[in-house]
Design a protein around this ligand. Structure first.
Ligand code: F6P
Length: 331
């Protein structure tokens, strides 16, 4: 199929490396003489036809910049069929031959709905710090978010050791434990609480206390760092901290890392991933592949169907779970 003009938008929670995706799509398209435009503010900008031209000059020096040049947004109204048809009409008005959507599961549901009413390819690039998109090994932004969390946890360890305190640190991930599990392993945290394995507050508290008791008997390290996925503890972090402090008599402090994990320059891994997936997304449009994601499988870009059953929660890596449990039992 002859492709003359394509568009890209970034949608949902921003992630480090979204700019690198915009750059890769623009440069890959330019090398095939394809014109590129960007819709601003996610699907909201598409509906309003709020766009900017993207050229090799626009994306110069963009690879390493955090955030997204096109801005991002969540768009509730994109669930309504008449809005989806309106979006398809905007794409037609611009005489576009394809659309690239960088985002997570919510954004891909929108991409699928759009694909149903538009006959040109809509291709997704998984861009979210949560890494919860099934089918792709990694999402753009995930590695940088973990690096940010690990650096913060290292600093927390210094002050926690100095005062021999317990720290409860919550990290992002929505309903997925990828960031929590891997930042806990990367920073040598003593305990991790994940949505995928959480039972009840009572059980989880008992497990933490048991571990603390074993470590005290072993005269192990002075501080204790617990990493937890956001919004997981039923009564909130204060409730967990109060219970821990009253049961152990040890000072407990809490910290929410929050949106700091979404910012900053993408690390090398996210830059390379974004560049591979952005370039491949343009190829998929040229091949007229509809309703697919440009994802990564075993280090190679792959066209992964965006069918609704695949836009689902992705399973945690069992081996990571195993080693986290094993190495934190006693030390
Ligand atoms: O999906 C990315 C993410 O950062 C989640 O980890 C988090 O739960 C959510 O977005 C926060 O969304 P908002 O920025 O709208 O508060």
């Amino acid at each position: 199929m002859t492709v003359k003009k394509i568009a890209i938008l970034t949608s949902g929670g921003d992630a480090p490396g979204m700019n690198a995706c915009i750059r890769a799509v623009t440069l890959a398209a330019a090398s095939d003489n394809i014109e590129v435009i960007g819709f601003r503010h996610g699907y909201n900008g598409l509906l309003k036809s709020e766009w900017v031209p993207l050229t090799t000059q626009t994306v110069h020096n963009l690879l390493q910049r955090g955030g997204t040049l096109l801005h991002s947004a969540r768009c509730e109204k994109f669930k309504h069929p008449e809005q989806i048809r309106l979006a398809a009409q905007v794409l037609e008005n611009h005489e576009l031959d394809g659309l690239v959507v960088v985002g997570g599961n919510g954004s891909f549901m929108g991409a699928l709905a759009l694909q149903e009413v538009w006959d040109k390819p809509v291709v997704g690039i998984p861009g979210t710090i949560d890494n919860d998109v099934a089918g792709t090994d990694y999402t753009v932004g995930y590695h940088t978010a973990i690096q940010t969390a690990v650096e913060s946890l290292d600093k927390v360890r210094d002050t926690a050791d100095a005062f021999e305190r317990i720290f409860v640190v919550d990290v992002m991930g929505r309903e997925a434990g990828f960031i929590a599990l891997n930042s806990a392993i990367g920073a040598g945290a003593d305990h991790v609480l994940l949505p995928e394995t959480f039972s009840t507050a009572e059980d989880e508290l008992a497990k933490i206390l048991d571990k603390l008791e074993k470590r005290r008997n072993n005269k192990a390290n002075a501080s204790h760092i617990i990493v937890i996925t956001e919004n997981l503890w039923p009564g909130g972090l204060n409730d967990l901290a109060t219970s821990l402090q009253s049961k152990t008599g040890v000072d407990v402090r809490i910290l929410s890392l929050g949106h700091v994990q979404r910012g900053g320059s993408p690390d090398w891994h996210d830059r390379v991933l974004a560049t591979k997936l952005g370039t491949y997304a343009v190829q998929l449009i040229r091949e007229d592949k509809k309703g697919v994601m440009s994802g990564i499988q075993h280090r190679y870009p792959a066209a992964i169907p965006l069918d609704p059953s695949k836009v689902e929660r992705k399973a945690l890596n069992d081996y990571s779970l195993l080693i986290q449990n094993k190495i934190t039992l006693i030390h």
